[in-house]
Design a protein around this ligand. Structure first.
Ligand code: NAD
Length: 409
C-alpha cells in the first residue's frame, strides 16, 4: 500500500466508527486541486532538462493549506496526494488553523549544482505562484529541501506579489525564519514520548530507545532524548549505524557523524543496518527515516513496547494491525511528528505580525500544543477504546468535518 492508500485506509477506519456517511467521506477525502507541471531549466552545461512537478491542495476548510515541498525522484502525484491528505489530518489534530497540501519535484537534487537547484526552485514558483500565498497555500521544507530553498521560494513569490515572508515557512533565521523551527519535530516527539510514558508510569530517564534515520528529525530527537537521560541502544542512517545494548555514547556519535558525514563506521558498538534498528531490543522505537518501513514482513519481530512515528507513514496498515494484536502502542505520525507544522504555524504568525518570538516562547507554546493534542487523542482513545491512530483520525475528521459543514458545502 502506498502513502495515499494507507492514509485513505486509516481515514476510512475512523470515518466508519464515526458514522460520517459515504457522501461526507468522499467529500473529505477528495483533494480540492491537483496540479502536475513540467518544470524545465537550462543546466550549467547548456542542456535543457524537464522535471515533473506536483502540488496537491487537499483541504482548506480550517485555513490556508500547508505542506512541504519535496525534491525526490520517487515523488509522483499519488505520493503527493497521500501526503497532502495526511497534512489535513495532522494540522487538525494539533489544532493549527491550516489545511493540508504537499508537492515538489521528481528530481535527485544531489545531481544538480546549487545554481541549477535555484533555477529549478524559481521555475517551480513561477508555475505555482498563482495558487500559493499566505492566505492560500503555504509551503515548507520536506525531504531534500532546506531553508535556502525556502528563501528562494519567498524571493520568487515576492517578485509577483510584493514582500511576502508568510508565503513559506522553514526559512533561514536571517530571513524571517522562526527560532526553534529546526528542532521542532524532534522536540515535539520528545514531549509526546514523555506524556505517553507518564501514562504507563515509566520515567523517560533510563528508557531504551532505537532510532531509524539520523536526519533533521532523528538526530534532534536523539540529542533531546539523551539530554533527558534516555538510553540510545540502536541507530542507523541509510548507510548503516550502530547498536549497543549497554547504551551508545551519544556525544561521541554526533562527533563521528560530523567528521564522517554519517553514522557508518562508528565503533561504539556493533554495526547495524536501518532494518536491524527496527527489531532492536528497546522500549521505544522511533522510525524517523522514510515511509513504509514497518510492514507485514517485520512487524511481528519488533520488540519495542512503543512505536513513535517520527517519519510520515512508517507503519503500513498491515503492520499496524500486527502491533494492535501484539499490544505494541503506536503513536501515529499525525500526532507524534506534528511539532514541525506547529512551529511552522508560529513562524507564519510571526511573519504576519512582523514580530520575532524568543526560542523559550516557541518551545513553551509547542509544548502546550503537543500536550493538548495528546490529551484530546488519549481521551478519545480511552473513552472509545480505540488505538491512538484511530482516535487521532476521529479528532481530526470531527474538526475538519465541522468546519466544512459550517462553511457550507
Ligand atoms: P532527512 O532527509 O533530514 O533525514 C532522513 C534520514 O533518514 C537520513 O539520515 C537518511 O540517511 C535516513 N534514511 C533513509 N532511508 C533509511 C533507511 N532505509 N534506514 C535508515 N535510515 C534511512 O529527513 P527528515 O526531515 O529528518 O525527515 C524524516 C522523516 O520525517 C520523513 O518521513 C519526513 O517526511 C518526516 N517528517 C519530517 C519533519 C521535519 O520537520 N523535518 C516533520 C514531520 C515529518
Amino acid at each position: 500500500m502506498n502513502t495515499a492508500e494507507a492514509t485513505t485506509w486509516y481515514f476510512k477506519k475512523a470515518a466508519r466508527i464515526m458514522d460520517v456517511g459515504e457522501r461526507i467521506e468522499t467529500l473529505l477525502l477528495s483533494p480540492l486541486r491537483e496540479i502536475t507541471l513540467q518544470v524545465s531549466i537550462e543546466l550549467d552545461n547548456g542542456e535543457i532538462r524537464t522535471f515533473p512537478g506536483y502540488r496537491v491542495q487537499h483541504d482548506n476548510s480550517r485555513g490556508p493549506m500547508k505542506g512541504g515541498v519535496r525534491y525526490h525522484p520517487a515523488l509522483d502525484i499519488d505520493e503527493a496526494r497521500g501526503l497532502a491528505s495526511l497534512m489535513t489530518w495532522k494540522t487538525a489534530v494539533v489544532n493549527v488553523p491550516f489545511g493540508g497540501a504537499k508537492g515538489g519535484i521528481a528530481v535527485e537534487p544531489s545531481r544538480l549544482s546549487g545554481k541549477e537547484l535555484e533555477r529549478l526552485t524559481r521555475k517551480f514558483v513561477d508555475q505555482t505562484q498563482d495558487i500559493l500565498g499566505p492566505t492560500r497555500d503555504v509551503p515548507g521544507p520536506d525531504m531534500n529541501t532546506n531553508p535556502q530553498v525556502m528563501a528562494w521560494i519567498m524571493d520568487q513569490y515576492s517578485k509577483y506579489h510584493g514582500h511576502s515572508p508568510a508565503v513559506v515557512t522553514g526559512k533561514p533565521l536571517d530571513l524571517y525564519g522562526s527560532k526553534g523551527r529546526d528542532a521542532a519535530t524532534g522536540r515535539g516527539l520528545v514531549f509526546i514520548c514523555k506524556q505517553i510514558l507518564g501514562d504507563i508510569n515509566l520515567p523517560l530517564k533510563g528508557t531504551r530507545f532505537a532510532v531509524q534515520g539520523f536526519g533533521n528529525v532523528g538526530s534532534r530527537a536523539v540529542r533531546l532524548l539523551h539530554e533527558e537521560g534516555a538510553v540510545l541502544v540502536a541507530v542507523a542512517d541509510s548507510n548503516g549505524g550502530v547498536k549497543n545494548p549497554r547504551g551508545i555514547d551519544v556525544p561521541a556519535l554526533f562527533e563521528h557523524a560530523k567528521k564522517n558525514g554519517g553514522l557508518q563506521g562508528f565503533d561504539g558498538g556493533s554495526p547495524c543496518t536501518g532494518d536491524e534498528v527496527l527489531t532492536a531490543d528497546c522500549d521505544v522505537l522511533l522510525p524517523a527515516a522514510i515511509g513504509g518501513t514497518l510492514t507485514r514482513a517485520n512487524a511481528a519481530h519488533v520488540r519495542a513496547k512503543i512505536v513513535l512515528e517520527g517519519a510520515n507513514g512508517p507503519c503500513t496498515p498491515e503492520a499496524d494491525e500486527i502491533f494492535e494484536k501484539k499490544g505494541v502502542l503506536v503513536v501515529p505520525d499525525i500526532l507524534a511528528n506534528a511539532g514541525g507544522v506547529t512551529v511552522s504555524y508560529f513562524e507564519w504568525v510571526q511573519n504576519l505580525q512582523h514580530v520575532t518570538w524568543e526560542e523559550e516562547r516557541v518551545n513553551a507554546e509547542l509544548e502546550k500544543a503537543m500536550k493538548d493534542a495528546y490529551e484530546r487523542v488519549a481521551q478519545i482513545s480511552r473513552n472509545r477504546k480505540l488505538p491512538l491512530r484511530t482516535a487521532a483520525y476521529c479528532l481530526a475528521i470531527g474538526r475538519v468535518g465541522k468546519a466544512t459543514v459550517l462553511r457550507g458545502i
